[in-house]
Write a protein that binds this ligand. Structure first.
Ligand code: FMN
Length: 189
């Protein structure tokens, strides 16, 4: 995506993140920030843990909306589509580049408690994590646990709002991908 490249060049703080909203039948809409690892044509790569609510929500109903906002170029993207599992070799390779703390946390999710679950206290969690860490190899010797996952969000609908030209009406377009090609319609901004 060309605008993503422009934002990166301008060192936009949002260039490498996205805001993912999913839907949970009990808790309603859930939104969170994620690192946007990879953009390959219509596919946007994210990494997450299989124990997390977002994974369960996506697997259960597939509903999501992904928001990108680049203040540096005054562009907002609202996107939706479907999701596909990332190849486990790619997940395993990328996982090795994670900070040490994140690596151990993934093992915590696997062996002690799922991501986003409640704990009795921060101290209890830290002590369980420290104990787990002592039982595991040094960070360089760790490999991705089974619960580390990657997804591609495959986009078929994009609502692009361009606020960059302040002197005229904002430009807003709806791009839709069907039958192998994109079409666009102008929207009231
Ligand atoms: C800048 C930033 C980047 C983040 N990147 C990720 C990420 O790549 N993967 C991830 O699972 N959580 C990431 N998080 C944490 C999520 O926002 C969220 O708190 C966590 O994944 C639990 O989400 P859930 O309970 O909705 O599943 C990030 C948070 C911030 C603030």
């Amino acid at each position: 995506m060309r605008d993503h490249g422009r934002a990166r060049k301008l060192l936009d703080q949002n260039a490498d993140v996205c805001f993912l909203a999913t839907h949970d039948p009990q808790d309603g809409v859930q939104v969170r920030t994620l690192v946007l690892r990879d953009i390959v044509e219509r596919k946007l790569g994210i990494f997450l843990n299989r124990s997390s609510p977002k994974w369960n929500q996506l697997e259960a109903n597939g509903e999501f909306q992904l928001l990108l906002y680049y203040p540096s170029i005054e562009l907002q993207y609202r996107m939706s589509g479907t999701h596909a599992h990332m190849d486990s070799d790619l997940v395993a390779d990328s996982w090795l580049l994670r900070p040490d703390g994140s690596k151990y946390l993934d093992y915590y999710y696997d062996r002690i408690g799922a991501q986003s679950t409640r704990v009795d206290s921060r101290e209890a969690m830290e002590s369980a994590l420290a104990k787990l860490q002592r039982s595991l190899p040094e960070p360089d010797g760790l490999t991705a646990p089974e619960s580390a996952r990657g997804l591609y969000l495959e986009i078929d609908t994009i609502d692009r709002l361009d606020l960059s030209d302040r002197s005229r009406l904002h430009d807003r377009r709806l791009f839709t991908f069907a039958a192998g090609r994109w079409t666009q319609q102008v929207l009231v901004p």
